[in-house]
Design a protein around this ligand. Structure first.
Ligand SMILES: Nc1ncnc2c1ncn2[C@@H]1O[C@H](COP(=O)(O)OP(=O)(O)O)[C@@H](O)[C@H]1O
Ligand SMILES: O=C(O)C1=C[C@@H](OP(=O)(O)O)[C@@H](O)[C@H](O)C1
Ligand SMILES: [Mg+2]
Length: 179
């Protein structure tokens, strides 16, 4: 829409909402709730990668390595963001490529979810679907949190999910929504 001053603004109901954050912060779970509440289309980047590759994420890592996974992640992200309005749950490492971060900022409202290490461990420590945690979840979570200390800072806003139920996180995001 063009404003009286000729500025182009995206109406809130047409805007993409993009969730970023470490594994286990609840992006996929909360995205589903937000899609239900807003009527926007739900897209989970990991699920789309699995469709594109034709095999589960641990298998992509095992057979082709993380670098190939990251390339696929960037290609699929760019394709998904050609559409709108979406509620898009990204994977925790999608922010490692600065081009992806720029694209997300350009294409939507970026919300970072965070949680402390113990909470993340409790939520995903036993999950065999997250190859980066295989063979020592606690140490790997601590290391990733350290490596990615600033990786999610580019978001428009951040919600700490450690002490919140998914419904509370979704309600909080709806309250913060950009207008
Ligand atoms: N706020 C929350 N409180 C408790 N458990 C949660 C919360 N958010 C997510 N979970 C649980 O944690 C696990 C990982 O959530 P998920 O949405 O897959 O996280 P992400 O996509 O960020 O890796 C799931 O079992 C989910 O049910
Ligand atoms: O943090 C990461 O590098 C990853 C997070 C995962 O998604 P979630 O954040 O949804 O668990 C998935 O994309 C892959 O296992 C790699
Ligand atoms: Mg997820």
């Amino acid at each position: 829409m063009l404003t009286a001053e000729g500025r182009c603004v995206i109406l809130p109901e047409q805007e993409n909402w993009i969730l970023i954050g470490m594994m286990g912060t609840g992006k996929s779970t909360v995205a589903e709730l937000l899609a239900h509440k807003t009527g926007k289309r739900l897209v989970d980047l990991d699920a789309e990668i699995v469709k594109a590759a034709g095999c589960p994420i641990p298998e992509i890592f095992e057979r082709q390595g993380e670098a190939v996974f990251r390339e696929l992640e960037s290609v699929v992200l760019a394709r998904l963001l050609e559409d709108k309005p979406l509620i898009l749950a990204t994977g925790g490492g999608a922010v490692l490529n600065p081009d992806n971060c720029r694209l997300m900022l350009d294409k939507g409202w970026v919300v970072a979810l965070k949680a402390d290490a113990d909470t993340i461990l409790k939520r995903v420590g036993e999950d065999s679907n997250r190859p980066l945690l295989a063979g020592g979840a606690k140490e790997r979570i601590l290391r990733l949190l350290e490596e990615r200390k600033k990786a999610y800072d580019f978001a428009h806003c951040t919600v700490d999910t450690s002490a919140l139920e998914p419904e509370q996180v979704a309600a909080h995001i709806l309250m913060l929504q950009r207008v």
